[in-house]
Design a protein around this ligand. Structure first.
Ligand SMILES: *Cc1c(COP(=O)(O)O)cnc(C)c1O
Length: 433
């Protein structure tokens, strides 16, 4: 018997079913019960996801042991507002060290001069750029959603929150590239204050220099959203957006970068940095979580040493996995271009019931990833997106990619019951140190 719903009764049907089941079990718990419940949920998650599962989801990672050890949950509960040496609160002098060290490390690693590291997510980092470089009613030009343009670039996300008009950049779906022939005319017509490139699916680099030259013709600021590829860029692989001409780079710190959740905004230009900074504080934050900066600084410092090898290993795994998947019978996207130049691989899942359904089948077998849009395709999530960043950190090497492709073949092409395949997933995961 369903009682009244309190948690998002407006959610989509699949979520409503899950919420109804959980609410019936969880409503009205006392403190002891809540502690037991959350402890059990966290342990179950750790086992299923971190220990037994194979995580191919592109938007996540596992932190290094030193970065994990540097996170102090108690410090997260200490509000910190203002500048080192000039805080609203007193007694936070030791946190000043984190607040100086983290931007120094991140800026140097990403080939910038200035880094804003206080924002809690890349969505907010993008909003800070919209706040700094555009006014309500201005136009911004972004990648189409089918080409991986992120919600935070589009009207349903923070671009809409800022009251911006959003225009899709001309895109050549067959070439997996911005349509450079049409770009100048488009910019002349649309006159965007801001052009945002970088996407949620990044198989190949952008021609940043060409986009910057076109932006200069119309006075637009060029933002490169490196959320997914920041870890490769840190290793000086894939591409070097600031060196190639982007005015500003925004990034998630927890995807291929492999740090704590949060964002950074990096630039070489002090005037731009100052505007971003004002948007971040006192614009979008007052107090913020300075504890996050400890694992962020450690992650950046580690990447300065290991980034090139890590990036090479991520890309080698992606290429090997793409080849193995193709061999296993999957339709790997961009075959004529060598599938990928990054840690991402995309599979056309049209014949597998679509990307979302395929991802759910894989999850039942302990392999975790997501659906994704594909350039030039109208239907929602026709593809499967794979990221090799986490399995690379866990020690997977190209020879194991055949085993991984075989698991995916058994689940999606051979239609074996996921419960029969799951032990093989766990065995493969446990075969690593
Ligand atoms: C993931 C992502 C973001 C948003 O990052 P959050 O930290 O989740 O807000 C922004 N842009 C792109 C291209 C992304 O892939």
């Amino acid at each position: 018997m369903e009682g009244p719903r309190r948690v998002a009764p407006w959610a989509p049907p699949r979520a409503r079913r899950r919420l109804a089941e959980l609410e019936a079990r969880l409503a009205g718990q006392d403190a002891d019960q809540v502690v037991r419940t959350v402890t059990g949920a966290l342990a179950g998650h750790r086992r299923a996801f971190d220990e037994d599962g194979i995580v191919l989801y592109a938007g996540t990672n596992t932190m290094s042991p030193r970065a994990l050890a540097a996170h102090d949950a108690a410090v997260s509960g200490r509000p910190s507002m203002g500048w080192p040496g000039d805080k609203y609160q007193t007694g936070l002098d030791h946190l000043d060290v984190l607040e100086t060290l983290a931007p120094l490390q991140v800026a140097a690693l990403m080939e910038g001069e200035f880094a804003e590291v206080r924002l809690q997510s890349a969505t907010l980092a993008n909003l800070a750029c919209y706040t700094a470089f555009a006014r309500p009613g201005d136009t911004i030009a972004v990648l189409p959603e089918a080409a991986g343009g992120h919600a935070s670039h589009h009207a349903q996300g923070v671009a809409g929150v800022r009251g911006l008009r959003v225009a899709d950049l001309p895109y050549d779906a067959a070439a997996f590239s911005i349509d450079h022939a049409r770009l100048p005319g488009f910019l002349e017509r649309e006159r965007p204050a801001l052009v945002v490139i970088g996407a949620s699916l990044m198989l190949f680099p952008h021609d940043v220099a060409a986009v910057r030259a076109a932006c200069d013709e119309v006075g637009a600021t060029l933002v490169y959203d490196a959320s997914h590829v920041a870890g490769l860029i840190a290793g000086r692989r894939f591409q070097r957006p600031l060196e190639e001409g982007a005015h500003v780079l925004t990034m998630s710190t927890y995807k291929s970068f492999g740090g704590p959740p949060g964002a950074a905004i990096v630039t070489r230009d002090e005037a731009l940095a100052e505007r971003v900074s004002a948007a971040a504080y006192p614009g979008l934050t007052a107090n913020y979580d300075a504890a996050r900066l400890a694992p962020l600084a450690v992650t950046a410092a580690e990447l300065a040493e290991t980034g090139p090898d890590y990036a090479d290993a991520c890309v080698a795994n992606a290429s090997a996995l793409a080849a193995a998947l193709q061999e296993a019978g999957f339709a790997v996207v961009a075959a004529d271009r060598g599938w990928t130049a990054s840690h991402h691989v995309a599979v056309d899942a049209s014949d597998l019931g679509g990307g979302d359904a395929a991802a759910r089948t894989l999850a039942e077998g302990g392999v975790y990833l997501s659906g994704i849009g594909l350039p030039g395709r109208a239907e929602p999530l026709p593809g499967l997106r794979i990221g090799t960043q986490e399995i690379t950190r866990r020690g997977f090497t190209p020879p194991l990619m055949c085993d991984l492709a075989a698991l995916m073949r058994r689940l999606l092409l051979d239609h074996e019951p996921p419960a029969d395949v799951r032990p093989a997933t766990t065995t493969l995961r446990h075969s690593l140190p």
